[in-house]
Ligand binder design. Structure first.
Ligand code: ARG
Length: 459
């Protein structure tokens, strides 16, 4: 069925029909389309276009169509141009002539915006729940090893010692911001576009506010031309999805490294790793590699829609139909990756001795020493020079921090007073970082407790 045709002497070519049809993918908007059309029928009744009996019949027919759609045969043989057309055809089949009134003063341009907004609202909520799940996993993993020490890295070189929970709480913050971004994406989608018509506003006196209330929208859009050409709400969602995937990809990258033989910090569960068809010894971190890999696709979906939109003249252009595949793909991939990361997180066993040894064998304490000198009165730049020379001397002589005695240190430089030798232990220097947001043990303990409380409020 077509929702147009009167103006054409000949029908579309078979190739064009195949090329332009979107039912294969926009069928995912079926539930949203039905819900939106039911609300639209009620609006038409309020505007006096439908009698209450007609409206009742239409709403009921839509309920039946919704129920019928659970059946796998629902889409069988459907050749409709898109989901909106299919829904109207099904309505005609059930409700007869009255169905011809459902599209009064409505355009598919606003309908597709409505459906996408309704669908996105639900996706945002679902993804926010999945993010909270990953955050819960991080907290559990932090609480399992509250005092484990790891070397923190910059430039992938050992930099300063931090607590394991401090490291995990960094990802907790990233996911917290992601949740917020999906909340904002939800809010941007949460305005009713119906009443905008094709681009100029509907020619019927529809009560837009009542429709917004009916569909649970926070308000109505302000400009009909904007509505017709707007996919910002989809871009906002894709941006939120992309940033989430960047975070997941970076976590994946960390743990691929940390679980390698070279690091040996952690063991990933058997359930989230794969073997090799050739090399019997292998235990590969495929779950994490796939998360990292899928992030490329999600970032691609954002780029794809941005490029689709950038050259479009006002207002609706059929190019915009190309928003759906990237949108659906991004939603699926971000959900699947969040579900996967939760299982990976739950499977992790830390081997705290290894990261501690990595910290102890390196010079992550150098900053602690320099800062201690500065606290004792040496200008920081000089302190930096002294410790730099101390590290050079150690490296040259093949000495680790623990190989130095207090007396030897003082011999090296008189400003290395006895108490400074304690700072050769990476666990010591951390105590000076009891600053909000720092890795001081007390600070981290309360940050962990605060994160717990925040998470409880989220659920
Ligand atoms: N399937 C179309 C889309 O996704 C619906 C809007 C069609 N509008 C039009 N003027 N052809 O964008």
């Amino acid at each position: 069925m077509k929702l147009w045709g009167g103006r054409f002497a000949a029908g579309p070519s078979e190739v064009f029909e195949r090329f332009s049809g979107s039912l294969d993918f926009d069928r995912r908007l079926l539930e949203a389309d039905i819900r939106g059309s039911q609300a639209f029928a009620r609006a038409l009744e309020r505007a006096g276009i439908l009698t209450s009996e007609e409206c009742g019949r239409i709403v009921e027919a839509f309920n039946e169509i919704r129920a019928e759609s659970a059946d796998t045969s629902f889409f069988e043989g459907a050749t409709d141009e898109d989901v909106h057309t299919l829904v109207i055809r099904k309505l005609k089949e059930r409700a007869g002539a009255v169905a011809d009134k459902i599209h009064t003063g409505r355009s598919r341009n606003e309908q597709v915006s409505l459906d996408t907004r309704l669908w996105l609202r639900e996706e945002c909520k679902r993804i926010r729940t999945l993010l909270a799940g990953a955050m819960e996993g991080l907290l559990r993993l932090a609480e399992a090893y509250p005092s484990a020490v790891i070397p923190g890295y910059t430039h992938l070189r050992r930099a300063q010692a931090v607590l394991w929970p401090h490291y995990l709480l960094a990802y907790f913050e990233m996911f917290a911001r992601d949740r917020q971004r999906f909340g904002e994406a939800h809010d941007h989608a949460n305005l009713l576009p119906l009443g905008s018509g094709a681009l100029a506003g509907s020619g019927f006196a529809l009560d837009r506010e009542a429709m917004a209330r009916d569909l649970g929208f926070a308000g109505i859009t302000a400009n009909s031309m904007d509505v017709s050409g707007d996919r910002d709400f989809a871009l906002d969602f894709l941006y939120a999805a992309s940033v989430t995937m960047i975070h997941l990809s970076r976590l994946a990258e960390d743990w691929i490294l940390y679980s390698s033989e070279e690091f040996g910090w952690m063991e990933l569960g058997d359930g989230v790793t794969s073997g090799s068809s050739l090399m019997p010894q292998k235990k590969n971190p495929d779950s994490l590699e796939l998360i990292r890999g899928k992030s490329g696709r999600v970032l691609g979906s954002l780029t794809s829609l941005m490029v689709t939109m950038k050259g479009l003249p006002m207002t609706y252009n059929r190019d915009m139909q190309e928003d759906k595949v990237p949108l659906f793909e991004a939603a699926d991939e971000v959900s699947a990756s969040l579900e996967m990361i939760r299982v990976v997180i739950d499977s992790v066993k830390l081997n705290p001795a290894r990261p501690l040894a990595a910290a102890e064998e390196s010079w992550v304490v150098a900053t602690d020493l320099a800062e201690a000198l500065a606290r004792a009165g040496t200008p920081f730049h000089q302190a930096h020079q002294i410790v730099g020379r101390f590290v050079l001397e150690s490296v040259t002589r093949g000495k680790k921090p623990a190989d130095w005695s207090a007396a030897e240190m003082q011999q090296f430089d008189a400003r290395f007073t006895g108490d400074l030798a304690a700072l050769l232990d990476p666990r010591e220097g951390m105590r000076s970082r009891e600053i909000p947001g720092g890795t001081g043990p007390e600070t981290v303990r309360s940050a962990l407790a605060a994160a717990r409380r925040r998470l409880e409020q989220m659920q």
